[in-house]
Design a protein around this ligand. Structure first.
Ligand code: ADP
Ligand code: DAR
Length: 350
């Protein structure tokens, strides 16, 4: 799409939130605006223009994009998060406020627990607009901070551009590492210069990991086998506290932590379990209605857009913005308790 008065025709057949809210009027209003980093409407919407099957379809290149293109992003954020342009975000990373005794002490259902937050460094562009030099500087700054950690969080950094293929494949197979960016990220400019500046840090137990320069500049992850959700959250909050003593993250009291995709704004947290629910898997209507009641999402086990396998599902919080981190984890926990209860009842009937 050239930067002229041509409205992107591919959006006419798209059901994305971008297509819904980028009216001709909004397009005319925004088409010649640029942010302080030179980020344009064309760049912000390119993913949804090139991938009409997008759910959202828009990404930002910097924190200012959410203001400069607010006529587009405000309604997208309001519809996706139920969060108006005047609402304020709140944060609570205190694990003492989480009520989550292990819901599966016998290990009959929950294979693993993973809680992640996205973070971007304040006052520099985000992935869709960052330069190669800035991205390499983020990699250097963050990896040096992480490799200075000792004790439980101590570990090693593996740059993607010289990780051996067997290591990379096994880290992905073990659910530790991100796959190369998909077509949505490609069109958003998030795969530029791949794999330069990208990598993974993990501690010796692979229970604390940080992805550098994937969809966001940091994905801070705590994960382990089993269902001790509170232990996973406690480790994550300790790691976040340590990291943010040395890095200022992009944050404001309206949108919370700033992320490249509007779906991750606020806490930027996805708290998930991989859980065996074969009986519910055979009754998807009931499965989905329980998930809806507890604001949790049912996903496949190999990341976004993947399928479930062997009756194992990825269950995670749906709410991210306008709720605290404790509430995100509590949402997931309460949903998992309800799903396990129903799975037990169904298994006793068979
Ligand atoms: P994100 O949560 O950062 O958006 P994805 O959902 O794409 O990331 O998942 C990234 C990787 O993390 C995938 O390999 C996925 O299988 C793995 N993963 C997500 N949740 C869990 C979990 N609860 N246990 C183990 N691996 C998980
Ligand atoms: N596939 C894009 C992104 C949706 C949310 N997932 C992210 N950010 N990884 C879409 O617009 O459907």
């Amino acid at each position: 799409m050239s930067q002229t008065n041509e409205y992107p025709l591919s959006l006419k057949k798209s059901k994305s939130l971008l297509a819904k809210y980028l009216t001709q009027e909004v397009f005319n209003e925004l088409k010649n605006r640029t942010t302080i980093n030179g980020f344009t409407l064309k760049s912000a919407i390119n993913s949804g223009v090139e991938n009409p099957d997008s759910g959202i379809g828009a990404y930002v290149g910097d924190e200012e994009s959410y203001e400069i293109f607010s006529e587009l992003f405000d309604p997208i954020i309001e519809e996706y998060h139920g969060f108006s342009k005047d609402d304020k975000h709140k944060s609570n990373l205190n694990p003492d406020d989480l009520n989550a005794p292990n819901p599966d002490k016998d290990g009959n259902y929950i294979l693993s627990t993973r809680i992640r937050v996205a973070r971007n460094i304040a006052n520099i562009p985000l992935g869709p607009a960052i330069s190669k030099e800035q991205r390499n500087s983020v990699e250097k700054q963050v990896s040096e901070i992480l490799t200075s950690f000792s004790g439980e969080l101590g570990g090693k950094y593996y740059p993607l551009n010289n990780i051996n293929e067997n290591n990379r494949a096994s880290l992905i197979a073990d659910h530790f590492l991100f796959k190369a960016g998909d077509r949505f990220l490609e069109s958003a400019g998030l795969n530029r210069d791949w794999p330069n500046g990208r990598g993974i840090f993990h501690n010796n137990d692979k229970t604390f990991l940080v992805w550098i320069n994937e969809e966001d500049e940091l994905r801070i992850i705590s994960m382990q086998q089993g269902g001790d959700i509170k232990e996973v959250f406690t480790r994550l909050t300790s790691a976040i506290t340590k990291i943010q003593k040395q890095i200022k993250f992009a944050y404001n009291d309206h949108l919370g932590y700033i992320t490249s995709c509007p779906t991750n704004l606020g806490t930027a947290m996805r708290a998930s379990v991989h859980i065996k629910l074969p009986n519910l898997g055979a009754k998807m209507d009931e499965f989905q209605s329980i998930a809806d009641k507890y604001s949790v999402q049912i996903r496949g086990i190999h990341g976004e857009h993947s399928d479930s396998e062997g009756g194992i599902y990825d269950i995670s919080n749906k709410r991210r913005l306008g709720v605290t981190e404790v509430e995100c984890v509590q949402d997931m926990y309460d949903g998992v308790v309800a799903l396990i209860k129903r799975e037990k009842e169904l298994s006793q009937k068979t």
